[in-house]
Design a protein around this ligand. Structure first.
Ligand SMILES: Nc1nc2c(c(=O)[nH]1)N[C@H]1C(S)=C(S)[C@@H](COP(=O)(O)O)O[C@H]1N2
Ligand SMILES: [Mo]
Length: 433
């Protein structure tokens, strides 16, 4: 594995992430359970089943299972597999330490089969139809030559990021905070094509279609087909992109061409894009209905019966901050009194106003130095120096506050069956001596 040695310049501690982590996989699991656990608020209170009063889901019988690491061409072997069919892998927070997430470290989320890589990317066809006056059929080659390309660094984040914080567990991939990355995307604002297509006054919503087959292999079933309100589609930051970090968009990330709908659940950012149909109403493709990418309007009882009428679509993602250095479980020499920290934060359609850190379980907080985003929808990197009074075990907690003053909670709240909106603050453990 490519190990980094991170120097912080004069006076900085040398955080060598290759140093043995004191938490083995079972230790990490235990930490995860401890910090992801829910206070037993329900015990005896609302007639909840006893299982919901437990701090953590019961451990699987047998030896503790460590994370399964990804083996995929061009991908970093530190990525953790959350599902094999379809292939889903997340990036541990400690691997998100680059200002621009390298392709090899970028998370992977598929709902269906991964299509074979096209041999002729420039011949790839995209259609825009539906509530438009002029249907567009354009190849990627024409798109590149006829429209003005722009490059923006923007966060892509899975709608389920943070889901593992829910208790009782919510259905779906158990993302920690690693269903996110921030890359340089090159392409054309979708709005440029939509203007050309002449939207009808009835144009309300987009419907995205792609070339990946449903897991069953049935060609008539899209694996995923989401859409957004026309206002978001017309936002100049919503783009059709063909390059990532200056490279042709890799097949696994939707190459040769995909959508990037920044700030909103990643599922709107259709990979292997073939068609956008403009609709006169909210789209109802797979991933749009019932509890998919939806949260409860009126807060529901965790684990209780959900009523689809009480659900609305997740649009902007919630505020989040991660500690990217040191990594969870890092060990430092006895007598280490100071640690330099680095991290990242972002807040969907909003910006981050403030990041705070605690080394005493939230009793006191100190402000991090927050950097400005490069452009809208870029993440905001932060740095901080913390003091550790003694040797021993410390947890470092990080919480961000968005530009509207909303702060990350201690616990993933507002439970919903498929676990969206989980943005409990990030916590790591370090051991000194
Ligand atoms: N065609 C297609 N596009 C898709 C998906 C998919 O399964 N098929 N998954 C979506 C989801 S849920 C997410 S979070 C992002 C993940 O993009 P990545 O794999 O490039 O990280 O792609 C979105 N676009
Ligand atoms: Mo996702």
């Amino acid at each position: 594995m490519a190990r980094q040695t991170v120097g912080n310049g004069a006076g900085g501690n040398n955080l060598d992430t290759s140093r043995r982590r004191f938490l083995g996989s079972s230790g990490l699991a235990a930490l995860g359970a401890a910090v992801g656990g829910t206070l037993p608020l329900w015990r005896g209170g609302l007639g909840m089943p006893q299982a919901h009063a437990q701090a953590a889901p019961p451990a699987a019988p047998g030896p503790a299972k460590g994370p399964q690491y990804l083996k995929y061409p061009g991908k970093h072997e530190g990525l953790v597999v959350l599902g094999e069919k379809p292939l889903v892998a997340e990036t541990p927070e400690g691997l998100l330490d680059d200002d621009t997430t390298p392709i090899e470290k970028f998370y992977i989320r598929n709902n269906g089969q991964i299509p074979e890589e096209t041999k002729e990317p420039d011949a790839w066809k995209i259609t825009i139809d539906g509530e438009v006056n002029n249907k567009i059929e354009i190849t990627l080659g024409e798109l590149k030559s006829k429209y003005k390309a722009v490059t923006r660094r923007m966060v892509l984040e899975c709608g389920g990021n943070g889901r593992s914080g829910f208790s009782p567990p919510a259905r779906g991939n158990q993302w920690t905070n690693g269903g996110a990355g921030c890359a340089e995307w090159t392409g054309v604002p979708l709005a440029d094509l939509l203007k050309k297509s002449g939207l009808k006054p009835t144009a309300k919503y987009t419907a995205h279609y792609a070339a990946d087959l449903h897991l069953s292999g049935d060609p008539d079933k899209p694996s995923l087909s989401r859409g957004v309100r026309i206002e978001k589609a017309m936002d100049p930051n919503t783009m059709i992109v063909w390059a990532m970090n200056g490279q042709p968009l890799p097949n696994i990330h939707g190459g040769p061409v995909r959508l990037i709908v920044p700030g909103w659940a990643g599922s709107a950012s259709q990979k292997w894009l073939t068609r956008i149909t403009i609709r006169d109403r909210e789209h109802d493709g797979p991933g749009m209905t019932e509890f998919s990418y939806r949260t409860a309007i009126k807060p529901m009882v965790p684990g209780g019966k959900a009523d689809p009428a009480n659900f609305r679509i997740v649009e902007s993602m919630p505020v989040r901050s991660i500690i990217t250095n040191p990594a969870n479980g890092a060990k430092f020499a006895a007598g280490t009194k100071e640690l330099k920290l680095r991290g990242a934060s972002w807040a969907g359609d909003l910006t981050v106003k403030q990041v705070d850190l605690s080394t005493d379980f939230g009793a006191s907080w100190q402000r991090a130095t927050l950097q400005k985003p490069k452009n809208r929808y870029d993440w905001q990197r932060w740095t901080a120096t913390i003091k550790l009074p003694t040797d021993g075990y410390f947890e470092i907690w990080a919480r961000a506050t968005d530009s509207k003053g909303v702060m990350q909670p201690h616990q993933a709240g507002f439970w919903n069956p498929q676990g969206y909106g989980g943005n409990a603050m990030h916590r790591i453990a370090v051991l000194v001596g």
